[in-house]
Ligand binder design. Structure first.
Ligand code: ATP
Ligand code: MG
Length: 428
């Protein structure tokens, strides 16, 4: 029997109401804050991610699904990659479609996306090779920290609306590109004396991009990393001022946060503000639900004009896990049918087709049992369907135009015409 590929999974019907709820609340948040949806391809040129995400990142180094597309036989083929994230693609689209063309000073483009991403990671709870992200990007010529606070306020509303209250907002500033160069030099000097005690991955990071040692999850490296100088301690005046303003904007909105100087995020494109939202129980080790930050140089890296950008992505898989149990239960129950219709005999069934159609036209969720069964067996199926009511249609009911509606929770039963059933169940 053929099974799913390692690190991928089917999202089964019983979980779909949770996914829909998160997507619906996210779309509502985006609508209120003026974001429009964009759908970019799942495959892009490898170069987009190599340049955009950064050659020294774990994502580009070891996690991408890359292959040569030989579709064009007259050529050697082109290296293409299943997208590991979507910020680079959205910025590419922003540039490709010249969304900046008639931009007024300070005017912002707000875009959001929903879809699958692919990374060849070690699969575990909350970490998959195909996972889903919802994310948003704000692009333009302004890097006002008020934009950042507004985006975080939107996320805050979204999480509350979902009932996810036990979260922590971690913020940091990773400085700008010039500072990065200077700081990286100092960081290497600080790592060097202990280099032999770091893991093999960190050796590689030390050579390619020392900032990435902060991403290391190896427990032997953590104490060494804790002693290193952080980029936040060495911020230049302008970045420091930006960070102070960002914090003041959060304070003004009553949003609480923790400054976390070791948090540098796993993508090279971040400048200045970076943030994460950590969930609490039920998530285990994979408890980062949202990640985001500012990426002012990214558009230029991709060959576009100078553009400021700020955005985030959250993992839908992890957001589903973060939903409180009582809410998940209610969402699953809400998907149950209103009525399970049981017919006694062929004439009753012929009649039922019309009854059922009327009920559905009135918006009720109705399941019609097509098989001939004994009453007991039919009622057992009605229970199994989790329907709130069974509607029993037999010869007498057909003649009278009134049907036996049984409440499957209370056991109460009454005889009603279709119009009364509609009034009764719609009101509930
Ligand atoms: P992590 O530190 O957990 O690996 P990350 O820094 O790689 O996360 P980002 O690239 O910023 O994550 O992606 C944003 C969010 O997407 C994460 O916070 C997480 O919720 C989700 N995410 C990332 N990778 C995976 C994955 N392999 N499986 C499920 N969700 C993921
Ligand atoms: Mg990761």
């Amino acid at each position: 029997m053929i099974q799913t590929i390692r690190g991928t999974r089917d999202i089964l019907p019983e979980d779909i109401p949770l996914w829909h709820r998160i997507e619906d609340v996210a779309r509502e948040a985006f609508r209120r804050y003026g974001f429009a949806e964009i759908r970019t391809p799942i495959i892009e040129k490898t170069e987009l991610f190599a340049r955009g995400v950064g050659e020294s990142t774990d994502i580009v180094n070891k996690e991408m699904y890359t292959f040569v597309d030989r579709a064009r036989e007259d050529r050697d083929g082109e290296s293409i990659t299943l997208r590991p994230e979507n910020t680079a693609s959205v910025v590419r689209a922003y540039l490709q479609h010249k969304m900046f063309a008639d931009r007024s000073p300070g005017e912002l483009t707000r875009l959001y996306y929903v879809g699958p991403m692919f990374r060849r990671e070690r699969p575990q709870a909350g970490r998959y090779r195909q996972f889903y992200q919802i994310g948003a990007e704000v692009m333009g010529d302004s890097d006002d920290p008020a934009i950042e606070a507004e985006v975080i306020e939107m996320l805050d509303w979204f999480l509350r609306e979902l009932g996810i209250t036990e979260t922590t907002l971690l913020i940091n500033s990773v400085g700008d590109a010039t500072l990065r160069e200077e700081y990286l030099g100092r960081l290497r000097v600080a790592i060097e004396p202990d280099l032999s005690r770091y893991c093999a991955d960190c050796h590689h990071r030390y050579k390619t991009n020392a900032l990435r040692v902060f991403d290391c999850k190896n427990p032997d490296c953590r104490p060494l990393i804790a002693g290193l100088p952080t980029i936040t301690d060495s911020l230049d005046g302008a970045s420091r001022e930006h960070f102070e303003q960002f914090k003041a904007h959060l304070d003004a909105r009553g949003i609480t946060y923790t400054v976390q100087p070791e948090m540098v995020r796993g993508l090279d494109y971040y400048t200045r503000t970076a943030f994460e939202i950590i969930g609490s129980t039920g998530l285990g080790a994979q408890n980062t639900i949202v990640g985001g930050g500012r990426y002012d140089g990214l558009a230029e890296t991709l060959g576009g004009p100078p553009t400021k950008g700020f955005g985030f992505a959250f993992g839908l898989d992890r957001m589903v896990m973060a939903l409180p149990e009582t809410i998940s239960r209610d969402l699953r129950a809400a998907g149950a049918p209103d009525i399970f219709v049981v017919c006694m005999g062929e004439a009753a069934r012929q009649h039922a087709y019309h009854v059922v159609r009327e009920l559905r036209r009135a918006g009720l969720v109705v399941i019609l049992d097509f098989a001939d069964r004994k009453m007991k067996k039919a009622m057992a199926l009605a229970d199994k369907s989790r329907a709130r009511h069974a509607l029993i249609i037999g010869e007498n009911e057909v003649n009278e135009g009134r049907y036996a509606l049984k409440n499957l929770t209370s056991g109460e039963q009454e005889s009603l015409a279709v119009s009364d059933i509609i009034i009764k169940l719609q009101r509930n």
